[in-house]
Write a protein that binds this ligand. Structure first.
Ligand SMILES: Cc1ncc(COP(=O)(O)O)c(C=O)c1O
Length: 361
């Protein structure tokens, strides 16, 4: 019998539920709103579809292993060199690369409970130590406590800004303070998957790459505002030596040539995402009002989703099930360590209406 290492035996990787189409058929739903994965339900720019169709003619060849065209475009927009950008199959792959390129067996990554679950999964899959502090007041990352908790084994700190699933941010001052206090040999990973949304919602939201720090890596993705989650592509920005280390451990021919072409077209059509950002802003306002009227506690969000605190696991589970029976797919946050909460993404106008109407029916 082949021995499976203990850390893999213990790994609870992502357990997907039933496919959406099956749920719709089983519940005989006439209308539905898919608000459980923080996607951009408006989808990508038409230019992305055009780029995919064009690239489909090129499938017999391997993709560019170093994604030059896309990295050049990203570098130009961020006023940096191509050596400051690495591209891979989404932020999840980039996180996996970070574990493999920077953490030795005895090093730990310090973060909080109630953040992006993929981080916990990739730490375990790589057999790396993860220390989770509780979230601070208002379900926010407690920057002071994180800094005070650094010990000689701490090699890296992970902050999702905005955080998924809480929707909270750390501010300009908080990030500045953290950068000042964290030793320069400790890596700070700032996951900005919802960067465009947060940027459109707050003047006090920091762009961590703009600070040009020697120990900061910024993660961004095409899965959210750019509307191409299905493509699996994202990028990291940071100092050249760190980016080079991450590039060394990535799969040679990743991302696919279609994903690279789609991301390039998406990135170069910044106008397109403005509609999604406006719609999100409007949806959040409408959600807050409806939740307030329904006497439900929510956490103001800087992403394209809102977390609702239902106080008990039972109520959160019931709320999720009731919503599903009305065609509204939302996320119960048990797997995120917040069993008393649910998360609802914003969607199209119609989907948002269905959620709001389902609150009082
Ligand atoms: C904090 C955070 N980071 C990253 C991602 C996206 O990862 P990927 O680029 O792998 O789709 C998500 C998606 O849910 C997220 O919430």
């Amino acid at each position: 019998m082949v021995h499976i290492p203990q850390h893999i035996q213990d790994l609870n990787s992502y357990t997907p539920g039933k496919p959406i189409a099956e749920i719709i058929a089983d519940l005989q739903l006439k209308e539905w709103a898919i608000l459980w994965n923080n996607e951009n339900n408006l989808g990508p720019s038409p230019k992305v579809i055009e780029a995919i169709e064009k690239e489909a003619k090129n499938l017999k060849v391997y993709p560019d292993p170093i994604s030059v065209a896309l990295r050049k475009s990203i570098a130009k927009a961020h006023d940096c060199g191509i050596e400051n950008v690495v591209v891979d199959n989404g932020s999840e792959s980039l996180l996996d690369n970070i574990f493999r390129s920077f953490l030795n067996v005895d090093d730990e990554l310090l973060t909080c409970e109630g953040t992006f679950v993929a981080l916990y999964i990739w730490a375990k899959a790589n057999n790396k130590k993860l220390r989770k502090l509780p979230l601070g007041r208002g379900y926010r990352f407690d920057v002071k406590r994180i800094v005070e908790s650094i010990n000689p084994e701490t090699k890296a700190i992970y902050i999702a800004n905005p955080n998924n699933p809480t929707g909270t941010i750390i501010t300009n001052d908080e990030l500045d303070e953290m950068i000042q206090l964290v030793p320069k040999d400790v890596l700070i990973i700032i996951d900005e998957a919802y960067y465009s949304y947060a940027h459109s919602l707050s003047d006090d939201y920091p762009d961590s790459f703009e600070l040009r720090q020697p120990n900061v890596i910024t993660l961004r993705t095409f899965s959210k505002a750019y509307g191409i989650a299905g493509m699996r592509i994202g990028f990291a920005l940071g100092p050249a030596p760190l980016i080079e280390a991450m590039a060394k451990v990535k799969m040679t021919f990743a991302p696919s040539n279609i994903a690279q072409a789609a991301a390039l077209a998406a990135f170069e059509d910044q106008e397109h995402i403005k509609t999604a950002l406006e719609l999100n802003k409007k949806a959040l306002t409408e959600f807050y009002l409806a939740l307030h009227e329904a006497e439900l506690d929510y956490i103001p969000s800087y992403g394209n989703f809102v977390m609702v605190d239902l106080k008990t696991e039972e109520k959160a589970k019931q709320f999720t099930d009731d919503m599903l029976n009305k065609g509204v797919f939302i996320r119960h946050l048990k797997a995120f360590g917040l069993p008393h909460c649910v998360r609802i993404s914003t969607g199209t106008e119609e989907e948002n209406k269905l959620f709001i109407n389902s609150l009082d029916s």
